[in-house]
Ligand binder design. Structure first.
Ligand code: NAD
Ligand code: LMR
Length: 375
């Protein structure tokens, strides 16, 4: 290396160290720092944190969010391996500035000032387990992370991926209620993977391009609580009774299909990262003020709600989507988060029976989450 290129190398190395606090220890002793760099980055756009960023979902999710032009700052937090993931992703020549945060002592720095927090932290299933079997470990993880959100970015939109979603969302809500920061418009359980799967499987049966298909999936995110509304598929179409039972079972068991295929090495990560980014992008476009953004999500769907931000229910809806305090529905996303929750629409007999089963299991999962914080 000649002296010119050596000087150039030192300049770049030191710039890199200062732009990324978590990598400073690797870079100490070099001449020029990132502090001296002319570009400070993150000028416009949204600030997004991923908690659990070094995991199976977290890594591809971080990569895809780094590619999202709406993101100006991307914070990657985990209890392991964030320096490596951050260094790697930060070299992508896209706009977002990436910073890594490692361990609980850096959680507050990871969260401060964020507009959107995406949480895929927690353990995944192995074959033979239900999502509820993850409760004992993941409930505590979600509680701790949400307490951090209360302290550092109580106004952020939260996209909660960690399972069991039917219980972790009520846990998050209780943590926020306890702190007086709960805004039901801003807490969204991510059920997008159910919609992504439903679009794919329905398209396969109909011989269509999945990008042309839109299947509403309501209820929750576990087994029978996953309720595809095949009578409302767009484009308008009809199914035989055999197709309906095949599709319903495959959509409800999509997660288990992947868990079994992975044979002990985890659950869906790549399709989940894709779904999470699709959903996060919709939330960011809503925050930006784009009109007509409608997606399915597991949200608090009862009014009136504490504090001053009642969720607006579509005028043609009954007052509650169901009698349950949380339910996955089609929601319209806007500048304040969930700005409208759509009613279920007309259900056929098969779907009405599915809804009754879903509600029974959902009620117990929601109560389990609420009790975890209250008791
Ligand atoms: N909502 C959905 O549709 C959906 C889909 C797939 C997976 N999941 C769930 O997402 C979760 C993550 O799955 P995965 O495959 O990425 O698991 P993983 O084990 O590969 O990654 C989880 C990551 O979380 C981190 N983590 C653990 N405790 C943490 C803490 N206290 N703070 C921050 N990070 C912490 C781990 O270090 C790890 O890097 C699981 O609970 C899984 O069931 C949900
Ligand atoms: O099935 C799982 O455990 C992970 C996730 O909820 C999924 O639907 O793929």
């Amino acid at each position: 290396m000649n002296s010119n290129s050596e000087a150039g190398y030192q300049r770049v190395a030191k710039i890199s160290a200062h732009l990324n606090p978590s990598s400073c220890s690797m870079e100490q002793g070099r001449v020029l720092g990132r502090m001296n760099c002319r570009s400070k980055g993150g000028a416009s756009g949204f600030k997004v944190a991923i908690l659990g960023a070094a995991g199976g979902i977290g890594q591809p999710l971080a990569m895809l969010m780094k590619m999202n032009p709406l993101v100006s700052v991307l914070h990657l937090y985990d209890v392991v391996n964030t320096p490596g993931v951050t260094a790697d992703i930060s070299h992508m020549d896209t706009g977002a500035v990436v910073r890594g945060f490692l361990g609980p002592q850096q959680l507050e720095n990871a969260l401060t000032g964020m507009n959107l927090v995406i949480i895929p932290a927690g353990v995944p299933r192995k074959p033979g387990m239900t999502r509820d079997d993850l409760f004992n470990i993941n409930a505590g993880i979600v509680k701790t992370l949400c307490e951090g959100i209360v302290r550092c970015c109580p106004g952020a939109i939260v996209n909660l991926i960690s399972n069991p979603v039917n219980s972790t969302v009520p846990i998050a809500a209780e943590v926020f209620k306890k702190a007086g920061t709960f805004d039901p418009k801003k807490l969204l359980g991510v059920t997008m993977l159910d919609v992504v799967r439903a679009n794919t499987f329905v398209a396969e049966v109909l011989g269509l391009d999945p990008r042309e298909v839109d299947v509403p999936v309501v209820g929750g995110h576990a087994g029978v609580t996953i309720l595809p509304l095949l009578s409302q598929v767009k484009p308008k179409c009809s199914f035989t009774p055999e197709e309906i039972s095949y599709l319903t079972a495959r959509i409800q068991n999509g997660g288990t299909e992947v868990v079994e295929a992975k044979a002990g090495s985890g659950s869906a990560t790549l399709s989940m990262a894709y779904a999470a980014v699709k959903f996060a992008d919709a939330c960011l476009r809503g925050l930006r003020g784009d009109a007509g953004i409608v997606e399915c999500a597991f949200v608090a769907s009862q009014v009136p709600l504490p504090n001053s931000h009642p969720v607006y229910i579509h005028p043609s809806a009954t007052r509650h989507v169901t009698e349950l305090p949380f339910f996955a529905s089609k929601v319209r996303l806007g500048r304040t988060g969930v700005e409208e929750i759509y009613p279920l629409g007309p259900l056929n007999e098969y779907e009405r029976a599915g809804l009754e089963k879903a509600k029974k299991e959902l009620a117990a999962s929601i109560q389990k989450g609420v009790s975890f914080i209250k008791n």
